[in-house]
Design a protein around this ligand. Sequence first.
Ligand code: SAM
Length: 397
Amino acid sequence: MNELQLRKTQTAVKHIILEQYLQHWGSIITMGLRSTYKKATAQGWPFSITLAYIDPFAYQGLYRDSENTNIVTYGSPIIGIRTLDNIRDTAHSKAGFTPDVVSILIEIDKNNFEILLGTLKRLGYQNRLRINPNLTSLENGDIAVIHGDLHKHAASLLSFTARKYLKALFFLDPFGPSGIPLSIVRDIISRQGNDTIINYPYLTVQRGLQPEHITNMYGSEIWKKANQKQGCSRENCLVEDYIRILQGCDQELAIKYIPLMFPDKDRTIFDLILTTYDPTGALAMNEILDNAKLREYELRIRWQSEKYTKRTGQLSLFSEDAFQSTTSLSRPQIDEIAGEIYSQFEHRTALYRDVLRSLVNSPYYHKEIRKAMTQLKKAKQVEYPGSLTHDTMVKFN
Ligand SMILES: C[S@@+](CC[C@H](N)C(=O)[O-])C[C@H]1O[C@@H](n2cnc3c(N)ncnc32)[C@H](O)[C@@H]1O
């Protein structure tokens, strides 16, 4: 067991975020389909939904848990499979139906692939494994394990996720010499049924990637200008440009940036980026991050930067003085949130979905935003019929 890689704190944190977001994503989808399911059953119509977890940079599925022990802990593929199974098992009592589940894991390195297979078999998934399958043949419960390069499998992965009644969560956690080309990321994130967690590989960009691979990742040579920009570090400029490029793929996307800092160093552990068409999902990440902090990882999340943005009126996603300790931060006041929403949308009409999307990089929880909207309605600063849904048109007076 000694040859197993140690799961570092940063990897553990990444795993917590993956697990909790995936769980939340599954609940939002299944709970959101309750009435569709009831209606379909009442009318005798067919109903089905498949939830897919897709991990194209799978690694071995296994780590050593701490420096001095042989206790093992599991990597993203196992977390994905287990969480998806849990969503399936609990959906019936909560939502009335059981979704189908499929996982697809890709690993380029032969040794990692073999260890991953061994891990899956030891954990009892033998009967569900489909090794190097044709993805069109996948069925409920299947775990596809592919030895290969994401670049070569991207097209079949995308036609798999283009299936009707399928929602997919992609975990893009690259490490290696070639990064992920924008052409692939663009196709993944632009499909309405896909949510994507991207681990932006700053350190690899910084140290390991050939210029042509970085250019592929950005879709142009814009990254070369990161050193020349004023007012943000090279890392922040690079990530900010990358997020702008992702947003350019579709303005409807909610993109949440999640920089996580080491508590004792002025350095990011990693830059996660979440893309989703459901802004409530992106806002749920705030609660997930707070929970992760409660689990004593003490992450300094970007939080104060919202105050920075408000203070300066700048829309920059980043600020060098933004990363302050969050240990004693309390929840924002509802009237503060109401004021912020109102000042952004004053004299305009907007879908509630767009209001939420404008706030995905705030630290607010969705329930706080709803309260703020109710407060604005009572004060007659906004008008909308009935109770708020994503498609409610809101008039700001
Ligand atoms: C950072 S590790 C993934 C860790 C894993 N997500 C976890 O959290 O347990 C990245 C993995 O991607 C694999 N990889 C790199 N480039 C790849 C590619 N083009 N296609 C498939 N796998 C690739 C590497 O061999 C490595 O095992």
